[in-house]
Design a protein. Structure first.
Length: 288
């Protein structure tokens, strides 16, 4: 008897099974809710009000789709039209954000600490949390007098952009930090970044002094939850002449102690929600 040979139908059946397995492994296609959330996220970016074309470009959705979603969201109060055919967050969305932040234990704990840092340093003091590969500043206490820096609640920055990201990365397990440091093209972080990260691990705070041409500097320390995991960062931000190397040596231990105080308060209330959102679905062209 000869060796059994796969028939054409058997080969086709195997190919179909492989195709089905590959399709099953794919993430689900974005539905109406996913698209509406993408539009709301784009609408909440700094620079509002936003034009329809800008929202379509930011989300990767077609203009008619974005327009239809905006109209539906406007009926519910989450969006409202602005001048020149643009759109901005509506009162219902603003109310939800305000109520959530007011009820969040971490931001309540951070508030008095941020105010003390602002008064003692004369710099911007903020609390930021991680959203996948970005940091979102939830609370910002601006100095009564000083430069008008573009830093406000909702401001986003990359976790690899400066001190705030370095502080959070330094508090993560080394493997997780390396994953976040790897670029979209798979390129590893450069030596200067690893040196700055090692300094942040050693000191308990990070200072982004590497680029002498930047007009601002930041200094940050991680806030930890009851399990010791990083959940957010306290950040001081100011112009380069006000937050130089000497100021960083003075304020670094201060910010580190302030972050430890917030962490101690959170540890006393296990299960407090701290705002970490990891690996969100990005199936409709959202740019991070």
């Amino acid at each position: 008897m000869g060796k059994p040979v796969n028939s054409r139908s058997q080969q086709q059946t195997s190919a179909i099974a492989l195709d089905e397995a590959a399709v099953t492994a794919l993430p689900p296609a974005p539905g109406p809710v996913d698209k509406a959330m993408e539009v709301l996220s784009a609408l909440a970016e700094t620079g509002a009000p936003h034009r329809l074309a800008d929202l379509a470009r930011h989300t990767g959705l077609a203009k008619p789709t974005v327009h239809r979603l905006l109209r539906a969201l406007a009926v519910s109060g989450y969006v409202e039209p602005a001048e020149g055919g643009s759109y901005r967050p509506g009162p219902r969305l603003l109310g939800l954000a305000a109520s959530v932040l007011a009820d969040d234990h971490a931001t309540r704990r951070a508030g008095p600490v941020l105010e003390e840092l602002r008064v003692r340093t004369g710099l911007f003091a903020s609390y930021a949390v991680r959203d996948d590969r970005t940091l979102v500043h939830l609370r910002v206490h601006a100095p009564a007098q000083g430069p008008a820096l573009d830093l406000r609640p909702g401001t986003r920055e990359s976790v690899t952009a400066g001190a705030a990201g370095l502080a959070l990365l330094a508090a993560l397990p080394a493997e997780d930090a390396e994953t976040l440091l790897t670029g979209p093209d798979g390129a590893p972080a450069d030596e200067a970044t690893h040196t700055a990260l090692a300094a942040a691990v050693r000191d308990g705070y990070a200072f982004d002094s590497a680029d002498p041409w930047r007009d601002r500097r930041a200094l940050a320390a991680p806030v930890r939850d009851a399990a010791g995991s990083p959940a957010g960062v306290l950040v001081l931000t100011g112009l380069a002449f006000a937050l130089d190397e000497a100021a960083a040596r003075l304020y670094g231990p201060m910010v580190r102690s302030a972050a430890a105080a917030v962490s101690a308060g959170l540890a006393a209330q296990p299960g407090a929600r701290l705002g970490l959102v990891a690996e969100p679905y990005q199936g409709v062209g959202q740019k991070r």
